[in-house]
Design a protein around this ligand. Structure first.
Ligand SMILES: *Cc1c(COP(=O)(O)O)cnc(C)c1O
Length: 352
C-alpha cells in the first residue's frame, strides 16, 4: 500500500499522519457487512478481547475507547481516589498533552512530576517521592505511571520495569503503563508482551491502536482485574462507550490476528533507524539521546531546519529534548526517509 494520499512532508510530524494499515482497514470493511448488537455485544468485540488476552497470555479485562487521553485518564481514575497522587515523568503525555484530563476524570488527583534520564522513572526517584512526605497535608502517592515506549523514543528494558514494579509493591503503589507506542517497545526489545507488563507488576496498560495502524481507538487492559470493577460505567459517563462498538474493535482483530501490530511497529522503528543512520553522517545534524523506538530527536543547524521546512517537511521542535522530533510510522517509506536525508545533506553542503 502506498501513502500517496498523505502529504509526504507531513509524515515526520506524527505517527498520526499515517493512514490505516491494510489489515485494520480490511477488518473494518468486513465488520461493515452485517448487522450486530450494539454496545460491544458482538463477535468482533469478543474476538478482539480474546486476541488481546492471547497477546498477553493472560485473562485480562479489556475495554475499547476512542483515544489515548481517555484511556489514560479513565484508567488512572480507576486506580486511585481524589486525594491520592500519581507519580509520573515530567515529560509524560499525561502531564504535558492531556489538558488536565487525568486530574479531571479522577476528581482532582494530583500528578507529581519526577525527572529521570531518557524519559524514564527511576526506582530511587519513586522511593524519594514517597518518603519525602507522609503527612496528612500532602496527597498520598498511590499510582506510578510509566510510558512505554517513552516520549523520548527510549524503552524500559524488562529488568528496569521489574525494578519499578518491585518499588511499587514495596510502597503500596499501583503501576499504570501508557502504551500508546507499546508495540514499538515490544518490537525494539524483542520480548513477549507479558514480559514487560504483568510479569513485572503492571496493573493496567493503555494499549495504543491509533499510532500502530488503526484509524481510531485504544484498549484499556486490566491485568489486575478487580480494578476493572464498574469501569464500564466510567467509560459510559465519560462519553467513551461506543454504541457501534464493532467499528472500534474490528480493526484490532485485523491488526492482531496475523501479527500485523508487530510488523507495523517494526517498520516504524526501522524507518527511524534508517533516518538516524543518515543523520549521523551529516555534519550540521546532531542526533540526540539514545533512540530505540520510532522517533529520532536531532539538533539541526538553523539553516538546515529552515531549508527542510521551506521544502515542505514537517516536524516539531520538541520540548524536553532540546531538538527537533522526527516521528516515523508503519507507513513511512524508505523513499521518504531518503528524500528527507538528501534535502538535509544539500542544505548542509550549502553551508547552512
Ligand atoms: C499519542 C499519545 C497518546 C494518546 O493521545 P490521544 O491524542 O489522546 O489519542 C498517549 N500517550 C502518548 C505517550 C502518546 O504519544
Amino acid at each position: 500500500m502506498t501513502v500517496d494520499r498523505v502529504t509526504p512532508g507531513c509524515q515526520f510530524s506524527s505517527d498520526n499522519t499515517a493512514p490505516m494499515s491494510p489489515e485494520a482497514w480490511a477488518a473494518l470493511e468486513q465488520a461493515n457487512r452485517d448487522s450486530v448488537s450494539s454496545y460491544g455485544d458482538d463477535r468482533w468485540t469478543d474476538r478482539a478481547c480474546d486476541l488481546i488476552r492471547q497477546m498477553f497470555e493472560c485473562p485480562a479485562e479489556v475495554f475499547f475507547v476512542f483515544n489515548g487521553t481517555a484511556a489514560n485518564s479513565l484508567a488512572l481514575a480507576a486506580m486511585c481516589q481524589s486525594y491520592h497522587a500519581i507519580l509520573c515523568h515530567e515529560v509524560a503525555h499525561v502531564e504535558t498533552d492531556e489538558c488536565g484530563a487525568p486530574e479531571f476524570f479522577s476528581n482532582g488527583t494530583k500528578l507529581l512530576l519526577l525527572s529521570g534520564a531518557a524519559g524514564k522513572l527511576q526506582p530511587d526517584g519513586i522511593t524519594h517521592a514517597v518518603e519525602r512526605r507522609r503527612d496528612i497535608h500532602y496527597p498520598k502517592p498511590r499510582v506510578v505511571s510509566v510510558t512505554q515506549a517513552t516520549e523520548l523514543s527510549t524503552v524500559y528494558a524488562a529488568d528496569e520495569l521489574a525494578a519499578v514494579g518491585e518499588t511499587c509493591r514495596r510502597h503500596g503503589l499501583r503501576l499504570h503503563m501508557d502504551g500508546a507506542r507499546f508495540a514499538n517497545a515490544v518490537a525494539a526489545l524483542g520480548v513477549r508482551p507479558r514480559q514487560i507488563t504483568w510479569d513485572v507488576g503492571v496493573d493496567v496498560l493503555c494499549l495504543g491502536g491509533t499510532k500502530n495502524g488503526m484509524g481510531v481507538g485504544e484498549a484499556v487492559v486490566f491485568f489486575n482485574k478487580p480494578l476493572a470493577d464498574e469501569f464500564a460505567y466510567r467509560c459510559k459517563q465519560a462519553g467513551q462507550l461506543a454504541s457501534k462498538m464493532r467499528y472500534l474493535s474490528a480493526p484490532w482483530v485485523g491488526l492482531l490476528e496475523n501479527g500485523g501490530w508487530l510488523t507495523n511497529a517494526m517498520r516504524a522503528n526501522a524507518a527511524a533507524a534508517r533516518l538516524e543512520r543518515g543523520f549521523r553522517e551529516i555534519s550540521g545534524v546532531e542526533v540526540l539521546g539514545n533512540r530505540q523506538a520510532n522517533a529520532v530527536f536531532a539538533r539541526l543547524a538553523d539553516g538546515i531546519a529552515a531549508a527542510l521546512r521551506a521544502k515542505g517537511w514537517r516536524f516539531y521542535n520538541f520540548i524536553g529534548s532540546g531538538g527537533c522530533r522526527f516521528m516515523c510510522s508503519w507507513a513511512t517509506t524508505d523513499a521518504a526517509v531518503d528524500t528527507l536525508l538528501a534535502d538535509a545533506r544539500a542544505a548542509d553542503t550549502a553551508g547552512n
